[in-house]
Design a protein around this ligand. Sequence first.
Ligand SMILES: NC(=O)c1ccc[n+]([C@@H]2O[C@H](COP(=O)([O-])OP(=O)(O)OC[C@H]3O[C@@H](n4cnc5c(N)ncnc54)[C@H](OP(=O)(O)O)[C@@H]3O)[C@@H](O)[C@H]2O)c1
Length: 381
Amino acid sequence: MSFKTGKTPVFPGRRAIYPIRGFLSRNPDGAILRSMVKKIFKQYPPPPGTVVERDGAHLGFLEGRTVAVVGYGTMGSAHAQNLRRSGVKVVVGARDGSVSGQRASDRGFEVLSVAEAVAAGDVVMLMLPDEAMAPVFTRQIAPNLQPLAALGFAHGFAVAFDQVKPDPGRSCFLVAPKGQGDMLAAAHAAGSGVPGLLAVTGDSPAETWDLAASYALAVGCLTGGGFVTTFRAECISDQFGEQVVLCGGVIELLKSAFDIMVAAGYDETNAYFECVHELKLITDLLHRQGIDGLRKRISGTAAYGGLTRGPRVIDDRVRRNMKRILDEIENGDFAAEFLRNHRDTEKLADEEADGPLARAGRKVLPRLHPDYPDYPDKTTD
Ligand SMILES: NC(=O)c1ccc[n+]([C@@H]2O[C@H](COP(=O)([O-])OP(=O)(O)OC[C@H]3O[C@@H](n4cnc5c(N)ncnc54)[C@H](OP(=O)(O)O)[C@@H]3O)[C@@H](O)[C@H]2O)c1
């Protein structure tokens, strides 16, 4: 969709989004654009909880702009591919000798040094690991940013916990896909996408919301809706979910249940099937049908057993632990610990891989999945 009015381009060259409001007030034709904006956001700027619908959003705010994607890992590669498919000009920023930078080049992207990519970008997307944000931003991004370039993120951590402090008035937005990078890339290639969480920093110009919605549409983060939030809320809820449920609580639950069955004399394979393998069946049901739909689709014994025994497993002590973990995320203790100790992650994962559950998985999985362990690489370009 074009936003040219008569002979005057609405967004000439590299002018960033600051002048949009001025344009709207000066140019009567801006009414067209204003009505578009109103379609996206019923209240403007939108309060948390607003849902940006895919049908109401448009790509006009990216027209004629270059997006510099800094970091071509799991998420950066998905954004770069999806932007390109949406007709947006993309350059990729990579460090010297970068393996992922080479992959981007092989896929036909223009790959520049981080400094060069930033200098070329009207929108600069920071697709770096959380622990790398601060040093890369300070040394290579901040000094090379165009005065009116916007900064974009796929996760709130860097801004919420002061790893990146954009200069006052800088447009700074968050488009956080609710799905992994490979899932986002595959969904967009199939003509769909995933839901997204959208935010802008408090002192971004209000027009940054339009850019965020446009960007979310371009990368496929409005399928099911773009949910307006804040950098802090996105970061805290994301980390809480990861730690307490997805990557922490559930995994420890599986390990403990497996250990107890094996210690009680049950066969390892049997224990693996009951405590791990069948989790996918349940999460698929939950994903599609919700908790109430799940209860209706499992056996009566499973429903009764789960409803009466589940609360005994997750008792008040566990709930207090969950709350303490939330407190540590909110007060910044987790962020500080992660930035200090993130190098321990590999050692901890190696120790887990030596444990009984991982060993049992390595025995069972080749029978179930002929391609094991060659599960597709996280980057699916
Ligand atoms: N992974 C997901 O599915 C997912 C989901 C939601 C949000 N996110 C967010 O997306 C962002 C990127 O995460 P990711 O998972 O895509 O990370 P990733 O797969 O680890 O990729 C990181 C990229 O950054 C590059 N990089 C690392 N250190 C660098 C440095 N010092 N200088 C320049 N480039 C550097 C790496 O390049 P090399 O090849 O040179 O190492 C790689 O291309 C994060 O904010 C994350 O929270 C990710």
